[in-house]
Write a protein that binds this ligand. Structure first.
Ligand SMILES: Cc1ncc(COP(=O)(O)O)c(C=O)c1O
Length: 408
């Protein structure tokens, strides 16, 4: 059957003329890797979130792995994460030789609750890394208060200099989805010790690939030293970056640690800077689309709304993760197929970690994670992006309702 409308993509990148002009300017500038654009982007991110420091890297993955390594996470250490997340959250833990300890999520807000995180704490816990799924902030205040409690401090067994300085597990937030989300009046990035954002091609704000860390560590950690460590470790542990070497006349450098190669380029930063200027307006548009979806599905018995707004939290509206109560994954897949036939791209977030061979082979099963299992069977992420008109959204709503009701 011919399509009656133009197909709708799932998450096309918001690349406009201004972005193209900014990238062209960098390409013509004579300096294309980490340099002045990156420094400006980092300053603008810290100003947007209102944190003392933000640093950019080649991805969320490289940024957060660096954070684990900075904290000295290694073999035998445990990092608490939700079972419902993308593979990267667990992979970086495994890269360090440590153990990802999974917890279930709640069905209503689809993130790990404070109670679930608490139940997984042991003397080996070094990091707590919950995920703001779809852009919905976890209970940041509850988690911070818990991690700073005397009980947790007593259990904690520090084994590195930074662990001794913090004297409790690190709160590293997987905020890959929640750039711009708000928790208790302050943007995500202001609450955990270190918060990792993703600027991957499908994210709200994209640098094609990229990520950032927002630092909010207690006063015993010196910002200049933190900056020096993270920047140097993103450049093979070099004591001086390429721009400094070129412009300062001091070409010599040292390498004290075997670092990684995961810096962000000025080309990427230029893309990010243009989008960041427009981001508050873009967040409003995403909110509008999410509210149209919510109003369109409300009243249908099968509809379980994603968390979008509450008096203490506002999503970044990264995903509109519809939950179809009572569905099995086969029915959801049939709906996806029917929508694809009509020209509407959808997605599923995510295949739970214990269903992936990597984790099955580590002995994981879905038994301890009933909510995650149900969320997987029932969820369907709908397109949410800046190219959608209100009319597109109304059309998607009617097609989704038709496709779901054909499967009931
Ligand atoms: C929850 C979550 N964490 C981490 C990542 C990894 O981000 P990146 O691709 O920037 O490394 C993603 C990417 O989609 C994600 O969805």
């Amino acid at each position: 059957m011919p399509l009656s409308r133009k197909p709708v993509g799932f998450a096309p990148p918001p690349i406009d003329e201004d972005t193209i002009i900014a990238v062209e300017r960098v390409l013509r500038s004579g300096w294309i890797t980490s340099g002045p654009e990156l420094a400006a982007f980092e300053a603008e991110i810290s100003d947007f979130i209102k944190v003392p420091m933000a640093s950019c890297f080649s991805s969320w993955t490289s940024a957060c792995e660096l954070a684990l390594r900075w904290f000295g996470v290694g073999p035998g250490d445990e990092v608490i994460i939700p079972a419902m997340t993308y593979a990267a959250t667990a992979n970086i833990v495994l890269h360090c030789g440590a153990i990802p300890v999974m917890v279930d999520v709640t069905l209503d807000d689809r993130v790990a609750s404070l109670e679930a995180l608490q139940s997984a704490l042991t003397a080996n816990t070094k990091v707590v890394m919950p995920v703001d799924l779809g852009g919905w902030p976890v209970d940041y205040q509850g988690i911070c208060e818990w991690l700073c409690s005397e009980h947790v401090k007593r259990i904690f067994q520090p084994a590195s200099q930074n662990q001794r300085a913090l004297a409790r597990p690190l709160f590293l937030a997987d905020a890959a989805h929640s750039f711009g989300a708000v928790y208790r009046g302050r943007r995500v990035g202001n609450h955990a010790d270190i918060t990792g954002f993703s600027f991957h091609a499908v994210k709200n704000l994209t640098t094609a690939e990229g990520g950032a860390l927002a630092f909010n560590l207690p006063a015993q950690f010196d910002l200049t030293e933190l900056q020096r460590w993270f920047k140097s470790m993103s450049l093979h542990g070099q004591s001086r970056n390429a721009l400094e070497k070129t412009t300062s006349g001091r070409w010599q450098y040292d390498v004290a640690d075997a670092g990684f190669k995961c810096n962000m380029t000025d080309i990427q930063a230029a893309m990010g800077r243009v989008q960041l200027r427009k981001y508050p307006t873009q967040l409003e548009r995403r909110r509008h689309v999410a509210m149209l979806y919510d109003a369109g599905f409300k009243g249908h018995e099968w509809y379980a709304a994603p968390p979008l707004e509450s008096p203490e939290r506002t999503s970044s509206f990264h995903l509109f993760q519809l939950r179809i109560t009572g569905f099995q994954s086969k029915q959801r897949d049939a709906v996806m197929f029917a929508l694809k036939e009509r020209g509407i791209a959808t997605n599923v977030h995510f295949i739970p970690l214990p269903l992936l061979s990597l984790h099955k082979n580590r002995g994981e099963s879905m038994d301890p994670y009933p909510n995650t299992a149900r969320l997987f069977n029932e969820s369907l992420s709908l397109p949410i992006h800046l190219q959608l008109s209100d009319d597109d959204v109304h059309w998607i709503i009617s097609e989704v309702i038709l496709a779901i009701e054909a499967e009931l």
